[in-house]
Design a binder for this molecule. Sequence first.
Ligand code: EPS
Length: 396
Amino acid sequence: MLRFTTAGESHGPALVSILEGMPAGVPLLAADVDTDLARRQQGYGRGRRMQIETDHIEWLSGVRAGETLGSPVAMLIRNRDWKNWLEIMDPAPRDGDADGPRKRHVTRVRPGHADLTGLLKYDRSDARDILERASARETTARVAAGAVCRVLLRELGIRVGSHLVHLGGVDAARPAALPDDLNAAADASPLRTLDADAEAIMIARIDAAKKEGNTLGGICEVVVTGLPVGLGSHVSWDRRLDGRLGQAMLSIPAVKGVEIGLGFETARRTGAEVHDEIEAAPGSTRTGHVRRRSNRAGGTEGGMTTGEPLVIRVAMKPISTLMRPLGTVDTATGAHAVAVAERSDVTAVPAMGVIAEAMAAFVVADALLEKCGGDSMAEVRRNLEGYLARLDERVG
Ligand code: EPS
């Protein structure tokens, strides 16, 4: 139903995000998108690039007079840093090779980055041809597409939030009940964590890693509330919502693991300790007038939403650009070398949480449009209300 694509190199002129399949009549302001772009730029441990950029979108298509038109929503985000890279990124060929390789060419490939495998696969000699696109700068365009999906969901009472639960070996305590406005609480923290004590230790770890020229990974938890039961489907592998979420999350650069609900922990427990008992909950329409006594499943059963909060944990490895670089091979000579140390972040886990929200918003909006789709916002709303009315009817 929904699809999006992005284009753009990290130090090229701009990023483009095209989202196709939004119904007409979704109220949409640039500020709705820019708010999420600004959230993605935050986070203790980011590098100097984030001081150069102030991301905001320019509409290219799909929106008129503050509403979507049903046509592809295309957004442009300019890279302010581009002016410093004009010669390096120039699309025009140069006169001959007499000048040697372009400035800032990269052959001392970074372990853990796309540099080496990309060079070999695409048969290039300058890893910049790979790393410019493999850069996490691309996630700006994902967040733009996800922000539009978030507005559609918000109109239907569905909210997407996240918080950081682990950084560089330090766990944050998860409060028994999450704050009602999860993002307001998380965004107030420089690491987007709800545990102030853990936050202080994490910040000290980031400072120490920076001093050592090292980097840190971590885990964020995404929570989606207000979902109706029955998004996704058990009938085919590629319609299962948990599978689609897994794919979306694992596509985020540097993400190495995804758990839904208890995730890996379910394998260690017995069935009685894993499955959520069900009880009647008259009046709870979106869950089908039942509720789970616990939410270890994290909001899905059989590849479909249960209507309980969807809880997804996403693990990110440490960034592969180290200021004290690891050993590698110089692909120009085959000789042992130390990897290139491009300007980068010590950690970007807080930003990853915002990106994971965007991917979750996209997947959930897609599944919602499958179930209750329509060409206009009013039609989608009618279809959702019709489905909810049927859930009410079932209990008489
Ligand atoms: C990145 C390296 C850094 C990060 C960048 C991702 O950029 P630069 O090489 O320009 O210093 O700041 O992230 C962003 C630009 C962003 O918007 O998140 C990398 O190599 O992946």
